[in-house]
Design a protein around this ligand. Sequence first.
Ligand code: KG4
Ligand code: ZN
Length: 346
Amino acid sequence: MNILAIETSCDETAVAVVRDGREVLSSVILSQAETHALYGGVVPEIAARSHLESMSPLTRKALADASLSADAIGAVAVTAAPGLIGALLVGVNYAKGLAMALKTPLVPVHHLRAHIAAAYLEFPKLAPPFIAVIVSGGHTQIVLVSGYTEFRVLGSTRDDAAGEALDKIARVLGLGYPGGAALSKLAERGDSGAFALPDCRVEGKGADMSFSGIKTAAINLLHKAEQGGKPLESADLAASFEKAVTDAIVSRTADAASGQASGLPVVLCGGVAANKRLRQTLRARFGERAYIPPPHLCGDNAAMVGAQGYFEYMAGNLAGWDLNGFANFPVDGEWEALCKGRERIG
Ligand code: KG4
Ligand code: ZN
């Protein structure tokens, strides 16, 4: 079955066609990053307007790239949560119109479930159960994936997402927005042992983390050095910061995994999963158990939405005309509730 998938939860407009949840027939992504960089972060209103302008041309391109006519599409999948509400609603409403025109079912997809599903596209034999480490600009969570539509959170950040913290330090170092990748590049020529930074692991039960303390500590180091007239070596700070964040994520993943059946695969996903040090550290810790999709499947894209959309469709999670977008929705929340007892489209 061919699913046409739409992603507009943040600042990437993306459309893809995916066959049976595993094979990408086409995937187009239009990033608005350059526009938002002018403002130092995503401007929700601009994001929503840009999505609106790009939806139709991108959809036509995704179909053309897949060499399919519209009647070969069996369902339309769309990210319905979490994300910027105005941005989500553009995708959700476009998807409703498309499902009506094509007379297909409409499948709502959770953005973080989609990040996890990116791994199904790269590893055809990967199947639950496994542990997923979702590290993005908005979320940092360690999740037990016990079925394609069954999730349980084992650990989370209590405050900032890892990507958010990396972006913040990148910004104060003058690396622009979003600066995660630039920070990582700068870190390559720095000494990761140069600065002692706070531990990001939170004491107590579970595998929780906190990135706001380390963020403040790094900013304080920087300001103190500037005030003392001896600016510090920014590559060293970038490297120390990146190491502290990535070590904490991998160590908390090991803690979470130790409470589960032994030998479960560990999937790394989300935009920050493109980070070289994080990939290397997770691989070193988990060896063959580590499943890490290539960087182009880690950042926001619609192919991952098409992958998860297939499994939601198979589970009967279809939506109707009243589908809404939700800025917040837990990955292990009652997704089915969006789908029950509604008048179906298509
Ligand atoms: O998943 P994503 O594309 O969007 C959200 O759903 O948030 O993640 C974006 C995040 C940003 O914080 C960005 O700076 C970060 O991923 N990122 C990286 C790298 N590439 C993207 N962080 C560190 N190293 C990278 N190579
Ligand atoms: Zn994302």
